[in-house]
Write a protein that binds this ligand. Sequence first.
Ligand SMILES: [Zn+2]
Ligand SMILES: [Zn+2]
Length: 244
Amino acid sequence: MSVLLRAARRIENICFDVIFPRQCALCDDEGSLLCTGCKRDLTVWPEGLCAWCSSVDNGSNICDECAPQWGIQGLWIGYRYDDEKVASLVHSLKFQYQESLGDDMGLLLSQQIARLPSEIESIIPIPLDRKRKKERGFNQAYCIAKAMTIRCGVAVNERLLFRTISRAPQATLDAVSREKNIQGVYQVRASDNMPRCVLLIDDVTTTGSTLREAASILREAGVSHIYALVFAHGTPPENINKTS
Ligand SMILES: [Zn+2]
Ligand SMILES: [Zn+2]
């Protein structure tokens, strides 16, 4: 992006903020999309707690026994999805089309995660269904990926993994149906510079089937080390509308 275009965007954002002051997505306080108090109230996923069997491990949020089943070497989770505030934040991002909120959430997550492996060569956001991306205007996983790039200096690669098939939103299905629904939807674009180690990024994981499918396709294409990072994990609270 040119310097002039960047400056124009900045002026546009300032003008927009003057006309429509930013409000916290959770408490409506003016000033930012996510205020300091609400950030502090979000329930953090405990460090070292395995997402799938709840054993306590050092380092990442997947233990040595569960990691091979998911085909990933390490997993880091920011927050608990069963916390209504966390679920509400993800909901605002996805269904109120607040892309800037995604940038703030990505920044928050990047500050929350203490350490990532230094061998990561590419950051891969989980691709969104083309139709859904058109409706929403952005991929929420990409917002988080951008923030991680700033944090660790590794570039986002949006081209390597892509989605070819449109299916029902995962959140509307039970665990068994999710597994079938996600199979075969991703492909890897052939590249002479296939990374050996990647970090997959998603906004939410519940059963882990999306991460597992993406990891399996990447592994088949020659990626040997796959790590994953998600904003939130867990079962959503009852009152959250499951439409995507
Ligand atoms: Zn707030
Ligand atoms: Zn485990």
